[in-house]
Design a protein. Structure first.
Length: 655
């Protein structure tokens, strides 16, 4: 792990927050922000305890804020009881039952609306259906659904009965589904016949069937299938049941199952730097608190906002800023089934215009692809309803930031460039729209109560202007509690002994400028960030080597204008190194293989063939050399330790 990461980006443009927004913001002005930070520094537990009492509805109030006795397995509000679904729905049914909770726009443009009262009834009906199948508190339920109201209903219904959900992104393969069913010990799967994306139907239920055919899924007693497309679907009795059948006749009230604040709300799998995906486990109380606070702080949530986070519920962004945060705050939000470029590249802008979206939160990858598809397109639409813009998933390059600022926000909407992770549960370092002067490409300053720092390899703070390793020095309520079933891996991954197990290691390199602003500079481990999705190089290498043609593979990332990072694979076959058409044919076959093994997002953009990989005499693959080759850089590093220096020229050849 290298601590001497140097920042080459020199950005001097600064954009103050608009005065009118500052005046009415939930956190108004730098002095108010600094006062909150000072309060958290002065009385850390008091700060978080007060917020938890004021923000959440408790069945049994907590008396202890933070238990550090078994660090790093921290517990927050652990002697209090509550229910996440009760906090998201019941609290609004009494006060604003007819307010629209969700505006759903289907792939084909059809719009439907669901009020808080209707959503509450739907969640209760489905929760009763789950209970009727014997699913209970503590059981794990795998959710593999398209972007839909049903996906939110399924998650909320699990939370309502105290079952722990594990959502799998609908673009993942059967193998990914099977691995997650086995690792989580799921007793039920909730899926759909298929999903619609860009005018095409993508089947989901067949992938679940394929996952079962791989074996080890015997704990699953029920597969509930939502009928989205109406395509012929193979149903295996008695295991498989239609959603509409299990829901029939169920009451539309369901008493929440009260759980301890530390009860696992969900497990979400994220790629690790070793082959096996990591089940990130989040609590109920601390996670929900952070989801609500960041809606209020980062997005400055107001009662009349139309909030739109474009993420999928299969990712943590879709958990925190679709399934939980907006609902807990009583917001009206957009849920969108389709893709930004169908039927044309104006889809996002038309939706903002039609639904009068005021807060828009999307990924830099989407922004870059929309610039490419039509940089002037936003000007054809009325985007005057926009108040705040946000980005998530990876750092945004300054020029894309400027386009977003000028063309989408008409230079009047603050951009909240949010740094956080699956493991953090919610925003950690981000501009606040009524507080922070923004700089293109910087996530700016930590939230109040978040003790972020940049350190060297020994855990010592580095001076401003120098690069280093991003860490969080104190626990926070929405943090990862453990890796499901693997506490040792949790400690090793996030609280390594290099830092005496004291600091949370984010795994990102960062730089802090003279104003104290944070700039994220990429991963310090072998995890790639492709379109905001974290992919372990080991997982992709393992998938490639599983192909009968492949003897060995090494995967690195290289910068990509569209996806942030692209997957570049160096492959040694069990046969002679192919050239010309044969090389093209095998490369296509391997790309499709990886898509089937992991999912299309992991497909290598470049595949290069060599007789061998650049290795030291001890057999270690020199990945830094491969990174240089992938980027097209000339190799200046010392290659004298290589067993086979001539291989480098072979690997420079692109297909």
């Amino acid at each position: 792990m290298s601590a001497s990461i140097e920042s080459v980006l020199q950005e001097t443009r600064v954009f103050p927050p608009p005065a009118a927004l500052v005046k009415n913001a939930n956190i108004s002005g730098m002095a108010a922000y600094q006062a909150m930070c000072a309060e958290a520094e002065r009385d850390f537990e008091g700060f978080w305890g007060k917020l938890a009492r004021e923000t959440l509805l408790w069945k049994k109030p907590f008396t202890k804020v933070l238990d550090e006795s078994n660090a790093p397995f921290f517990k927050w509000f652990y002697d209090g009881d509550l229910n996440a679904s009760h906090n998201c729905l019941d609290r609004h049914v009494g006060t604003q039952p007819d307010k629209v909770a969700i505006i759903f726009e289907a792939d084909d443009g059809k719009v439907s609306k669901v009020t808080y009262k209707e959503l509450h009834a739907r969640v209760c009906r489905f929760a009763n259906a789950l209970k009727s199948l014997g699913i209970q508190k503590g059981d794990r339920v795998l959710v593999y659904l398209p972007m839909s109201v049903e996906a939110i209903v399924a998650m909320q219904a699990c939370a309502r009965i105290g079952a722990t959900h594990s959502v799998v992104f609908g673009g993942f393969s059967a193998k990914s589904v099977q691995e997650r069913i086995v690792d989580a010990g799921a007793v039920a799967v909730i899926t759909a016949d298929g999903q619609m994306r860009g005018g095409k139907e993508i089947p989901l239920k067949p992938a679940v069937d394929e996952a079962f055919a791989m074996g080890e899924c015997d704990k699953v007693k029920n597969v509930i299938v939502y009928q989205r497309t109406g395509s012929p679907t193979k149903m295996e009795s008695p295991r498989d049941k239609w959603w509409h059948d299990v829901e029939k006749g169920q009451a539309d009230t369901c008493e929440p199952t009260w759980v301890n604040a530390e009860h696992p709300l969900f497990i979400l799998y994220t790629s690790g730097s070793t082959g096996k995906p990591k089940g990130v486990q989040h609590s109920t109380g601390g996670y929900l608190l952070h989801a609500m606070l960041t809606m209020q702080w980062t997005f400055d949530a107001k009662p009349d906002d139309i909030f739109w986070c474009t993420a999928d519920v299969g990712w943590v962004t879709g958990h925190t800023y679709i399934a939980y945060g907006p609902l807990a705050c009583g917001a009206t939000q957009i849920v969108f089934e389709g893709v930004p470029t169908y039927p044309d590249a104006g889809r996002f802008w038309k939706m903002i215009q039609d639904h009068k979206v005021s807060v828009f939160y999307t990924a830099p990858t989407a922004i870059r692809s929309l610039i490419k598809a039509g940089a002037d397109l936003p000007k054809k639409y009325d985007l005057s309803s926009l108040r705040i813009l946000g980005t998530v998933g990876e750092p945004i390059n300054p020029e894309a930031w400027m386009w977003y600022h000028r063309t989408v926000g008409s230079e009047r909407c603050p951009i909240v460039d949010t740094w956080w992770q699956t493991e953090t549960g919610g925003h950690m370092i981000t501009p606040l729209p009524g507080v922070t002067p923004t700089k293109p490409g910087s996530c700016t300053l930590p939230l109040p109560g978040i003790m972020a720092a940049i350190v060297d390899e020994t855990g010592q703070d580095v001076e401003k202007g120098k690069g280093g390793i991003l860490v969080i020095k104190r626990p926070w309520p929405s943090m990862i509690r453990t890796i499901w079933g693997d506490p040792d891996r949790f400690k090793k991954s996030y609280y390594p002994e290099d830092f005496q197990g004291k600091y949370y290691l984010a795994g990102d390199g960062a730089n802090r400028d003279t104003d104290g602003y944070f700039w994220i500079m990429g991963r310090i481990d072998d995890v790639l960030n492709v379109s905001g999705h974290r992919l372990g190089t080991m997982e992709i290498e393992s998938a490639l080597v599983a192909n009968p043609l492949v003897a060995e593979a090494a995967v690195v990332g290289r910068p990509d204008d569209l996806t942030g990072e692209a997957v570049c694979a160096f492959v040694v076959l069990k046969q002679a190194r192919p050239t010309g058409d044969e090389a093209q044919k095998i490369a296509t076959e391997l790309r499709n293989w990886v898509a089937k093994e992991i999912g299309p997002i992991a497909k290598p953009k470049d595949i290069r063939f060599g007789d061998n990989l650049p290795k030291t005499r001890s057999g270690k693959i020199m990945r830094r050399l491969l990174r240089s080759i992938a980027k097209g850089e000339s190799i200046t590093q010392d290659t004298s330790t290589l067993e086979n220096p001539a291989i480098l020229d072979q690997l420079k050849e692109t297909l």
